[in-house]
Design a protein around this ligand. Sequence first.
Ligand code: AMP
Length: 212
Amino acid sequence: GPPGAGKGTQAQRLQDEMGLKQLSTGDMLRAEVKSGSELGRRAAGIMERGELVPDELIIALIEARISQPDCRHGFILDGFPRTTAQAEALDRMLSSRGLKLDHVIEMTVDEAALTARITGRFSCAKCGAGYHDTFKPPAKPGVCDACGGTEFTRRKDDNAETVTARLRAYHEQTAPLLPYYRARGVLKKVDGMAAMDAVYSQIRETLAANRT
Ligand code: AMP
């Protein structure tokens, strides 16, 4: 799904309720930027422009991550792969570990809705829980529902100008993965415009129906 489709929201809930580890390459990169690492320094400008970070950096990041013990009961790749080269590298990584992709979920959305979704979002600085000014404010203003934290952050790239570049990257580089996975029979489509709980139910049904 494109930026703002709800991938992170749904992946976070699947992690909380199903014990599948959420591996978000965007979150990993933001952590690298924050720590001031070499990778973070290389990625920061690219992310602020809404472009994609080079494949070899992302592939190395994911490869190191899926080998960790917390991934052994299954994991959700959130925001990866985003290019054909990444998808091919993922195939190699999984097959060399005797693993396979069980499902690929496409979240369809009305693009006119994306800018409003993206520009209103923020998250708890302490636990990372995601919120939105209009669609998902905390129950008590200024207090995180999940951990009681009172500090929140907004992503630097969640502005109207960068959204245009991020959407362009999605159409040019990531959308070609839809036919790639459709041809293998693993692609399932969910309606990303439905209410958050309804989207979650659709994903849960998909995961349960085709468990292999
Ligand atoms: P996200 O949090 O998924 O929206 O990602 C934020 C930004 O991180 C993207 O706009 C890219 O600059 C970068 N990024 C995240 N995942 C990838 C990926 N798989 N390949 C290349 N760049 C990525």
